[in-house]
Design a protein around this ligand. Structure first.
Ligand SMILES: [Zn+2]
Length: 192
């Protein structure tokens, strides 16, 4: 699948980078990486902004998120060839930006989204974590529609498995989102 970009390569506006939530996300990024939850420098973190959302750039090591690693995504459209992402920043946004976009669209109170390629997705499902039913590559229209369907069916779910892909957590604060990830990792550790 081809991902199209409409990219404004100027830096993200300084007032957005002053947002204290970014510091919180960077701190959590380092903790998640230290806990082994960012295999192969995967995973992406975001928070809602006035015109869209700020998300980590593609290929960022979560252990060391710097100011220049944030990208402002202001829109994602789907045309016949695939998604077209409109963004501003020094880098391309995470390839999974569309996963975050669906959450911000469908969950108006979400202010922060974590998406991680953690292992043991089957074990999480055995612990009762709900999961989407069919795998589609992130960014495709099918993936967007699958997540929308899932969210419609699970109005109270803030942590779920994207089947054969990873996990998604969202919260009304960065700390709430991070705590959800922590809680389920702890449950996995206890479950053996
Ligand atoms: Zn992913």
């Amino acid at each position: 699948m081809k991902v199209g970009h409409r990219r404004d390569s100027r830096p993200v506006p300084a007032d957005l980078l002053d947002d204290p939530r970014l510091e919180g996300l960077a701190t959590w990024g380092a903790e998640l990486a230290a806990a082994g939850l960012s295999p192969g420098e995967s995973g992406n973190l975001s928070c809602r902004a006035a015109e869209g959302f700020l998300i980590t750039r593609t290929g960022v090591p979560l252990a060391t998120i710097a100011n220049e690693d944030w990208v402002l995504v202001t829109g994602i459209e789907h045309d016949a060839d695939g998604p077209v992402v409109t963004s501003r920043g020094l880098h391309e946004p995470s390839k999974d930006a569309s996963v975050h976009a669906v959450l911000y669209e469908r969950r108006p109170t979400a202010t922060s989204v974590f998406h991680l390629h953690v292992g043991r997705l089957d074990d999480l499902q055995r612990l009762g974590v709900p999961a989407t039913s069919t795998y589609h590559p992130a960014g495709t229209r099918e993936s967007k529609e699958e997540i929308e369907r899932f969210l419609d069916q699970h109005p109270d779910t803030r942590y779920f498995v994207l089947i054969d892909h990873g996990i998604v957590a969202w919260g009304e604060t960065v700390a709430e989102t991070a705590t959800l990830v922590d809680r389920y990792q702890a449950a996995l550790a206890e479950g053996g």
